[in-house]
Design a protein around this ligand. Structure first.
Ligand code: NAD
Length: 387
């Protein structure tokens, strides 16, 4: 990958303050390739803590704002004001903050879930199109190089017709009611802050998006979902869910979303079964992709190797053998967000235009999937047409 010839995009953050779970990876990924430059922020629900955090990150004190509305208004008045903003706050704030950012003419990188309902997502999509602004959604695992390899293998027919898709993101960290002590978990199990689901939106949408990247030609026709609250106090939100889906080509998928898979770390796995061969990827071993041809010994494809498809090698940062991880995957996504933003600004492409990145449609589809799963589960776990 050649270095970008464009200037860094002036960038701000909402949320992701000191001690937050995901703020650090946003800074690290966005700044990794100098695609973005952090110049402003409203980092925290506590204005003073947020201001101090921004100053520690090296911001001009006047641009470390007490809240996002003040930041959008003040930055819009500056000739060197922010051009893009990332939103890394709890779920219930995403819609209002993204809407305000787009109305202020900003490109947006938003955490998942994009918002609570399909109609809200459609409103954001219409606004982003009307204002010619990019909305990226941080389905961060999709930036791993072996996901591009899997996408190219399916496209090139290495697996044959796709029959079965087996998805899971099933960790064990919330097997007990840890929310009693942990504020970062507490908002996730409260419908007013988390939205209509817990694990479906919090973890299930990650492998769902990866399956959309690998299998862009498949469309979900109908699904059925059952969801449970094994820690009773979490009801009506689920801490475990099983979804069965049918695609329009007759293929079938299962998605296991869980926070109570005791003993499991992440447990995010994607297995795609075709008529000739299968591939399997596990986010705890992201540098490897298992390629299993029926009747032959299984092969482990390694990141960074010359035998990968060219689309996958574009993401290579350090060559085979050296392990890459989540920071590199997120940096790959931020580089693509930057590419899309620069393209909107009429600046020259830098050679990654063919790569998939989670944009507004990915955000919308994640919200749509959760809405359909909840509709099925709440009707008793029945098949519902995918709306
Ligand atoms: P967290 O509770 O650990 O941190 C939230 C941060 O937002 C805190 O710094 C808080 O002070 C700040 N905040 C809250 N309201 C604010 C407001 N109105 N204005 C400014 N700052 C505000 O939460 P988290 O775990 O970091 O999750 C944040 C978001 O990121 C959630 O939507 C979550 O779903 C998402 N997330 C995504 C991934 C991923 O892999 N993409 C991983 C973890 C979390």
């Amino acid at each position: 990958m050649s270095a970008s010839k464009t200037k860094p995009i002036r960038w701000g953050m909402v949320g992701g303050g000191r001690g937050s779970q995901i703020g650090y990876i946003h800074h690290s990924a966005a700044l990794r390739d100098s695609t973005f430059e952090l110049v402003a922020g409203a980092f925290d629900i506590d204005p003073e803590r947020g201001r101090a955090f921004g100053v520690d990150l090296g911001l001009d004190e006047a641009r470390s704002y007490p809240e996002y509305a003040a930041m959008f208004a003040a930055e819009a008045e500056r000739p060197d004001g922010i051009e893009a903003v990332s939103v890394a706050t709890p779920n219930n704030t995403h819609f209002a903050i993204c809407k305000a950012a787009l109305e202020h003419g900003l490109h947006v990188v938003c955490e998942k879930p994009l918002c609570f309902t399909v109609s809200e997502a459609q409103e954001l999509k219409a606004l982003s199109q009307a204002r010619h602004k990019i909305v990226g959604v941080t389905y961060g695992y999709a930036g791993h190089q072996m996901i591009e390899q899997a996408r190219a293998m399916v496209k090139n027919g290495d697996l044959g017709e796709i029959r079965i898709v087996n998805l899971q993101f099933a960790h064990g960290f919330h097997s007990a009611p840890v929310e009693d002590q942990n504020p970062s978990t507490r908002w996730r199990v409260d419908p007013t802050t988390a939205g209509p689901s817990y694990v479906l939106g919090d973890v299930g949408t990650h492998p769902l998006y990866i399956s959309e990247v690998i299998l862009p030609h498949l469309t979900i026709k109908r699904l059925m979902c059952a969801r449970q609250s094994f820690v009773k106090s979490r009801a009506p939100l689920e801490d475990n869910a099983v979804t069965l889906m049918e695609y329009d080509n007759g293929a079938i998928a299962t998605v296991w979303s869980s926070a109570v898979n005791a003993g499991s770390m992440h447990g995010q796995k994607v297995r795609i079964v075709g008529e000739k061969a299968s591939i399997e990827w596990w986010d705890e071993r992201p540098n490897q992709l298992s390629y299993e041809v029926q009747g032959e010994p299984a092969r482990i494809l390694e990141r960074g190797m010359g035998y990968l498809y060219p689309e996958a090698r574009i993401d290579d940062r350090i060559g085979g053998g050296h392990p890459e991880g989540l920071f590199e995957a997120w940096a790959n996504l931020y580089r693509r967000f930057g590419f899309a933003i620069n393209k909107e600004h009429g600046l020259a492409p830098d050679g990654i235009e063919g790569l998939a990145f989670p944009g507004i449609d990915a955000g919308l589809e994640g919200v749509r999937w959760v809405e359909n799963c909840v509709r099925s589960a709440d009707a008793g776990g029945v098949w519902v047409d995918y709306l």
